[in-house]
Design a protein around this ligand. Structure first.
Ligand SMILES: Nc1ncnc2c1ncn2[C@@H]1O[C@H](COP(=O)(O)OP(=O)(O)O)[C@@H](O)[C@H]1O
Ligand SMILES: [Mg+2]
Length: 271
């Protein structure tokens, strides 16, 4: 059965089983080859090559202005690289449209909260789920509509928001809005989840909740997050990648990065 013949639930289940498969762990899920991104004459990203293994939880760190968000945008379809390539499961995705990313299995959660404030938590997730439905499936049966409602509840439960399902998004705490956004990102059952500063602006308690959620989500899929605060990711990630002035400065385990003299130097005076 091909994708076009499947019901949305079947497609979601297929995507889910693919995303939880542990086979093929040797092929990088994402590979960045000599990627540069210029803004006029300014090189925000300069010849960066790095690859990510399936089911790894990696953080991209670096001081302010290091090129982290530019890197994030290049791997998530927000910006085309000026030169170089981005390969997802071996396929060059440097030129594909941003809206195609969810379809191929890449979802992103932004630095800025991206929810519809006037809708309830449940409605927000339903909108995200509905965006996965192709125009051929617009005329849906009552039964499949019901499954959409249930699927939205499953996703809200996944991020710890089931009790808040009827609350207007505007009335949720900042941390809860970020969790809601994660639930929306999960609507396409991504194999690769990209997060830009997932704990930005959060209280210590909210940060703890989000970090626990990221840890859980990373057991089921590949997660790459961009983070300014080095301390936060040290106990969370298997691997760290350090950018500085748009270049790859170092990569390694938290232990290796903690002991890297160059990393210490660029982070001096930073927190
Ligand atoms: N759209 C843009 N136009 C011009 N310069 C940009 C643009 N986006 C980022 N930059 C510059 O590129 C550098 C890296 O920015 P960014 O990727 O946002 O860094 P980070 O996320 O690590 O703080 C900064 O000096 C920033 O001013
Ligand atoms: Mg940034």
């Amino acid at each position: 059965m091909n994708g076009a013949q499947m019901t949305p639930t079947e497609r979601a289940n297929t995507a889910l089983s693919k995303s939880t498969s542990t086979a093929d762990t040797e092929t990088p899920i994402l590979e960045v080859r000599n990627a540069s991104r210029h803004f006029g004459k300014f090189r925000a990203l300069s010849n960066v090559s790095v690859s990510f293994k399936s089911h790894e939880l990696t953080a991209i760190i670096g001081p302010n202005g290091a090129g982290k968000s530019t890197f994030f945008n290049v791997i998530s379809g927000g910006l085309a690289p000026t030169s170089g390539q981005v390969l997802f499961e071996g396929r060059d995705i440097s030129d594909i449209a941003a809206h195609e990313f969810a379809r191929i299995g890449i979802a992103k959660s932004f630095q800025i909260t991206n929810v519809f404030k006037e809708l309830s938590a449940h409605e927000n997730v339903r909108v995200a789920l509905q965006m996965q439905i192709t125009k051929f499936e617009l005329w849906r049966s009552r039964a499949s509509y019901k499954s959409l409602i249930e699927e939205a509840d499953v996703l809200l439960d996944r991020v710890g928001l089931l009790n808040e399902r009827s609350k207007c998004a505007a009335d949720l705490a900042h941390g809860q809005q970020r969790s809601l956004e994660v639930a929306m990102a999960l609507a396409c059952h991504p194999k690769l989840l990209l997060m830009d500063e997932p704990t930005a602006g959060m209280s210590p308690e909210e940060t703890k909740v989000m970090m626990d959620l990221i840890k859980e989500l990373a057991q089921e899929r590949t997660v790459i997050l961009v983070e300014h605060k080095m301390k936060m990711v040290m106990g969370l990630c298997n691997r760290l990648i350090v950018l500085h002035h748009g270049e790859l400065l170092a990569e390694g385990t938290p232990e290796q990065i903690r002991n890297n003299a160059e990393v210490k130097r660029v982070y001096l005076g930073q927190h």
